[in-house]
Unconditional design. Sequence first.
Lengths: 112, 116
Amino acid sequence: AQSVTQLGSHVSVSEGALVLLRCNYSSSVPPYLFWYVQYPNQGLQLLLKYTSAATLVKGINGFEAEFKKSETSFHLTKPSAHMSDAAEYFCAVTKNNNDMRFGAGTRLTVKP
Amino acid sequence: GAVVSQHPSRVICKSGTSVKIECRSLDFQATTMFWYRQFPKQSLMLMATSNEGSKATYEQGVEKDKFLINHASLTLSTLTVTSAHPEDSSFYICSARGGQGGTEAFFGQGTRLTVV
């Protein structure tokens, strides 16, 4: 069965600094991978997704992620953090249009 | 992207009563809908998967008689929490996927259920 592991339940960066949120996946077949953002008491908003096309995926709000099969990783990055980026981020995996499995989430704090 | 509307966004109910949460796909036909539960500061836990016109498939440990799921049309799925108890208080989120082989699921805004 497919799964994802997010390393680090809490990441804190300064405004303007690089954001790196880690996600490793486990899947017996090529997966579809996603990053979602969740603000308090709200649903999930898709940031970006990997569906076996380009390995470097660009998403909304300046985020991007690179699929690395050799490392089974799909880390999320943003060159310069903004205060509005503070939220909970979830990595997710699905295959064959089955249900989506989520990582435990990483809370991003941005310090002024 | 496609829009999924979840209603209500917040509900407070008394112990022993039942609560119905609706999940609607507004601009696409959702052949599959998913219901998740999220505890504070935790991830989303899949409760069940429902396909239009058939019975929902529940994850292990989820009581199907307590969490009734109906997916009677391609645009609507409902989750009914029956005989609610305070431990059922949680954030419930639905997602919907279209039928054209799409891999992306679109999420509702979530429902905060508080049982008093």
